[in-house]
Design a protein around this ligand. Structure first.
Ligand SMILES: NC(=O)c1ccc[n+]([C@@H]2O[C@H](COP(=O)([O-])OP(=O)(O)OC[C@H]3O[C@@H](n4cnc5c(N)ncnc54)[C@H](OP(=O)(O)O)[C@@H]3O)[C@@H](O)[C@H]2O)c1
Length: 264
């Protein structure tokens, strides 16, 4: 076990079956948090929970589709049932495409051709799901006087990358939601922050496959001259934001992109 800066804190990480969510769940487990590993696929969340438990940590896997309100509230209930409270929520999951035809990443669609079914699903699994988890966890965070919400957005939304209308809009809604809750909930010892990542994951690989030249050129533009890796780069940042040491930082967007966008 390492420094255990999250000892006995209870954390829910959504979209934790692979990619960034998995890396954060593993890092939280190493730091002593009791982790609820959540995503749609029971077998993958069970595998990640087992990895944490085998390494000496404490975790359970919970199948939860964040696009379904009842499953979100049930996930928080399961965390409380298993571990007594909820201190940390990482809203990392994000749906793409439509519920009937989910996609692994964004698919280029011109703004004027935006599919309203995709718009609804992208918002439901993005901004709305984040709000649901925040509402469900808030009473527990307020009662314990220790709350950390980490929401996932994207520089695609800040910049307005072409072809990503639904995704960009929900990600910017998530940032605005986060800033609002940060201002309201600071008085209760709850921080709400945002991570905008650029890390190699399955979603990223699918995006890269569709736009290989763009992604190759991207590497040259990143000051650190590499693409980020979930375990190396996302785990440590998410541990810090969730820790006591970050109690004076709220409403902020952390650009986990190797310096790709140095926005004012
Ligand atoms: N990778 C990047 O460079 C990048 C850039 C900007 C923003 N982001 C954001 O970072 C977050 C994580 O992305 P990632 O690259 O790690 O994705 P990923 O590798 O595709 O992993 C996504 C995870 O989310 C789960 N998931 C998908 N839909 C879900 C739903 N409706 N309910 C619950 N879980 C769901 C998936 O598992 P199941 O299929 O089992 O549910 C999987 O565990 C997302 O919010 C994404 O928009 C990533």
């Amino acid at each position: 076990m390492e420094s255990q800066v999250l000892k006995d804190k209870v954390a829910i990480v959504t979209g934790a079956g692979r990619g960034i969510g998995r890396a954060i769940a593993l890092a939280y487990g190493r730091e002593g948090a009791k982790v609820v590993v959540a995503s749609r696929t029971q077998s993958t969340v069970d595998d990640v929970a087992k990895e944490i438990n085998d390494a000496g940590g404490t975790a359970i896997g919970v199948a939860c589709d964040v696009g379904h309100r009842d499953e979100v509230f049930a996930c928080v209930d399961k965390a409380v049932e298993a571990f007594g409270t909820v201190n940390i929520v990482v809203n990392n999951a994000q749906g793409f495409g439509t519920e009937a035809d989910p996609q692994p990443s964004t698919v280029f669609v011109a703004c004027e051709d935006t599919d309203e079914v995709e718009w609804e699903y992208t918002f439901r699994t993005g901004a709305t799901a984040s709000l649901w988890f925040m509402k469900a966890a808030f009473p527990h965070m307020k009662k314990s006087g220790y709350g950390r919400v980490i929401n996932f957005a994207s520089s695609s939304g800040q910049i307005g990358f072409e072809g990503n209308t639904c995704y960009n809009a929900t990600k910017e809604a998530i940032r605005s939601l986060s800033r609002t809750a940060a201002r309201e909930w600071g008085q209760y010892g709850i921080t709400v922050n945002i991570i905008n990542p650029a890390l190699e994951t399955r979603a990223f690989d699918k995006w890269k496959a569709a736009r290989p030249e763009f992604v190759e050129a991207l590497k040259e533009k990143i000051p650190m001259r590499r693409l980020g890796e979930p375990e190396r780069d996302a785990g440590p940042l998410a541990v810090f934001i969730a820790s006591e040491g970050a109690s004076y930082i709220t409403g902020q967007t952390f650009m986990l992109e190797g310096g790709m966008h140095t926005l004012p």
